[in-house]
Design a protein around this ligand. Structure first.
Ligand code: AQP
Length: 331
C-alpha cells in the first residue's frame, strides 16, 4: 500500500456499550481527522478477553461495535476498519515484543493495577501482558500517530520504548508512534462518581455512563442524577470534578470557549446546567443512534466493509511481522 499521509492507528474494545467517554476521547477524533491521515481502525476483541467474557455476547458485541463506528462517521472510503482477531500477526508480533519487554515496565502500568483491583478473582497473565498486544497493534502498521483518551497515554509510552528497543537491538524496523490526545474530552468522568473515569466495565451502575445507544429520555434522566457539589457556582474548576465534567462534555458538543460557557451559565443553577448538557448530548447523539439502527440490520454491507478492511490491513501486517520475525532470527 502506498502511504502518502501520516498513518494513524487506534482501537476500541467490544467489552460493553460504547459510551460518551470512548466517543469524545477517541472515536470523535478519529472521525474528525479522517482527511488528514491514512487511517486504520480496529475493534480489538483480543484485548477484550483479558477480562473473562461471555463468548456469545462478545461475538455479537464485536459486530455491534463495528456498526456503531460506521454510525459515528468512520467512512470506509477514507479509513480501514477491521476486527483484530482476523489478523493473526497481532498476537504473533505481541509474542516477539513480550520477549523484549521487562516485567518491571509492565508492572508499572496503572490500567493493570486498576483492572486487577476491579476483578480480584480473575487476574490472568493476559491482562498483565495487554500492553504488549497493544504495542503490537500499533507497531504492526508502522503508525505515526495513535489518537486515544488520556488513560491510554502510558501504554503508548511503553509502545514507544518497545519500538526504540527493538530498533536498537535488531535494526531499524518500527516507526516510533506519538499519542494524539485532545485537551477537551480526553478524560470524561463517571456521572455517578466524577473521581473515576467513565468506563464500559462500570456500566452495571445505572447512572455511571451515557451509552451512545441510550434513548433521549434515559440520557436526560442520567444527567439529572449526575453528582455535583454544594457550591452552586458554574465554572471550569478542576477541583470540583462533577461540575467540571458536565461543562467539559458541554464544551465538546458546543465547541464554545470556556469563557463563553461560563458567561452563558452565570447566575444559573445546576438544574439548568444538567438540562442544557442533556439537550446538547441528545441532539449530538441523535444522528448516530438513528444511523446505527439502520446499519445494524445491514449485515451484508457490514461484512463487506470488514472484509475489505481486513484485506487492506493484512497486507501491511504480514510484511511488518515477516520483517520483525526475520530480524529476530526466527525461521
Ligand atoms: N472516560 C474516558 N474518557 C475519554 N476517553 C476514554 N476512553 C475510554 N474511556 C474514556 C478512550 O476510548 C478508547 C477506547 O477504549 P477501550 O475500549 O480500549 O477501553 P478502555 O480504555 O479500557 O475504556 P473503557 O470504556 O473504560 O473500557 P473497560 O471498562 O472495558 O476498560 C481509548 O482510546 C480510550 O483512551
Amino acid at each position: 500500500m502506498q502511504q502518502s499521509k501520516p498513518r494513524v492507528f487506534s482501537g476500541i474494545q467490544p467489552t460493553g456499550n460504547i459510551h460518551l467517554g470512548n466517543y469524545l476521547g477517541a472515536v470523535k477524533n478519529w472521525v474528525d481527522s479522517q482527511d488528514s491521515y491514512e487511517n486504520i481502525f480496529c475493534v480489538v476483541n483480543s484485548h477484550a478477553i483479558t477480562i473473562p467474557q461471555d463468548p456469545k455476547i462478545l461475538h455479537q458485541k464485536t459486530y455491534d461495535l463495528c456498526a456503531m463506528l460506521l454510525a459515528c462517521g468512520i467512512n470506509p472510503q477514507k479509513s480501514t476498519l477491521f476486527i483484530q482477531s482476523t489478523i493473526q500477526e497481532h498476537t504473533s508480533l505481541a509474542w516477539l515484543l513480550t520477549c523484549i519487554t521487562p516485567m518491571g515496565d509492565l508492572s508499572r502500568m496503572t490500567q493493570f493495577k486498576d483492572k486487577s483491583q476491579k476483578n480480584p478473582k480473575n487476574i490472568f497473565a493476559g491482562l498483565f501482558n495487554y500492553p504488549n498486544l497493544m504495542s503490537a497493534d500499533i507497531l504492526l502498521y508502522k503508525s505515526n500517530f495513535v489518537p486515544v483518551g488520556e488513560d491510554q497515554k502510558q501504554h503508548i509510552e511503553l509502545a514507544r520504548d518497545t519500538a526504540m528497543r527493538f530498533n536498537r537491538d535488531f535494526g531499524e524496523t518500527f516507526v516510533v508512534p506519538e499519542p494524539l490526545i485532545l485537551k477537551e474530552g480526553a478524560r470524561i468522568m463517571g456521572l455517578d462518581d466524577p473521581s473515576k473515569k467513565m468506563s464500559k466495565s462500570s456500566s452495571d451502575k445505572p447512572n455511571h455512563s451515557i451509552a451512545l445507544i441510550d434513548a433521549p429520555e434515559v440520557i436526560v434522566k442520567k444527567f439529572k442524577k449526575a453528582t455535583t457539589d454544594s457550591e452552586g457556582i458554574i465554572a471550569f474548576d478542576k477541583k470540583r470534578a462533577g461540575v467540571y465534567n458536565l461543562l467539559n462534555i458541554y464544551q465538546c458538543f458546543t465547541k464554545e470557549s470556556q469563557e463563553a460557557i461560563e458567561a452563558e451559565f452565570f447566575g444559573l443553577g445546576y438544574g439548568k446546567l444538567k438540562e442544557r448538557v442533556a439537550e446538547v448530548v441528545v441532539e449530538g447523539l441523535r444522528p448516530i443512534r438513528e444511523s446505527y439502527e439502520k446499519l445494524i440490520n445491514q449485515k451484508d454491507y457490514l461484512h463487506k466493509i470488514l472484509e475489505e478492511g481486513e484485506k487492506c490491513a493484512r497486507e501491511i501486517a504480514t510484511a511488518t511481522y515477516k520483517e520483525a520475525k526475520e530480524k529476530m532470527g526466527l525461521v
